[in-house]
Design a protein around this ligand. Sequence first.
Ligand SMILES: *Cc1c(COP(=O)(O)O)cnc(C)c1O
Length: 398
Amino acid sequence: MEKLALYGGAPVRTSVLSYGQQWIEDHDVQAVVDTLRGSFITQGPNIDAFERAVADSCGAKYAVAFSNGTAALHGAAFAAGIGPGDEVITSPITFVASSNCVLYQGGTPVFADIRPDTYNLDPEAVRAKITERTKALIPVDFTGQPAEMDAFRRLADEHGLVLIEDAAHSIGATYKDRKVGTLADMTMFSFHPVKHITTGEGGIIVTDREEYAEKLRLFRSHGITRDAKLLTKPDEGPWYHEMHELGYNYRMTDLQAALGTSQMQRLDEFVARRREIVAAYDQAFVEFAGIVTPFQHEDTNSSWHLYILRFQRDKFTASRKQIFEALRAENIGVNVHYIPVYTQPYYQGLGYEKGLCPHAEALYEEIITIPLFPKMSAEDIADVIRAVGKVHAHFYKA
Ligand SMILES: *Cc1c(COP(=O)(O)O)cnc(C)c1O
């Protein structure tokens, strides 16, 4: 057996392989430089072009870009009319932004449990949490695998709820051969560098409903409008504008939009490469007893933001923490996605109790995210597989 780096052996790699990272090429750099040399570095024409590119890529009518995905979710919560007294049901296995956007609006996040196989929000668990106060549902396409959107659509229609899809992980994915971006009332994509394409920071909402698009545009720019149809004093003068809502400055810059439009050219290629890496991982890890690889629902074709291994607790002589540290010592930049949101101290302070979602809490104890990004080389992939093999050989209870 090879000596683990954790115990002084030679690590599989000499440099750290991060779990996710961007892929920027000369055409991306050029697009940003061209913008810098032009007239508009913000509030210019690149925003429309980027919004069009994203909307067209998924077949949505409208897209409204934001400074980041969290701001975009905040906008969606505003456009959905979420306010004090309203409940919004979401998953605990997500980034904190999925539920923070409800708190920003004064609403109450309600956490329903996940399915133990897909790790996505369970429609039956959601149904059980619907009350007269429920206003919206925010399913999350965890790891890039779409949630069961037909079931959520039915629940939303039955109860008159707004359906907001947190698709930060799933641009380019399909559900029953329909593209993510056409499944919910509003769908959010994030362009943080670990996501499929990047604008540095950035996010967007796509929607087919004009009234949502209008509210989103108002919200991202101070709640101010110059639209003559909406002004109370349309004849005041050419300088005139009115603030109709308490909005924010959540605008994306033209530098970011230029980068985003350039990156969008490679979205399909990036998704294809992620699927290739996943196929290699699936094939390698099926050999390792005690490790559960990602289960895929037959209705979905994931775009694979994350690849998560589940180390069954009773099958290893080491804790998840030790396994994690052993992989890090091999210079594999592993991570954990996610700590159940309501167990965060802030949420505990709001009164959410441990034990609320048992499947989510059990999942959290056993998972490790391994590197997955399109720029990974064949050697990088082999290194990850070798490191997992080394650690498995060491800690698996034979
Ligand atoms: C990344 C992410 C967000 C927020 O996006 P930012 O662009 O980082 O603000 C929201 N939800 C999920 C599930 C994410 O992974």
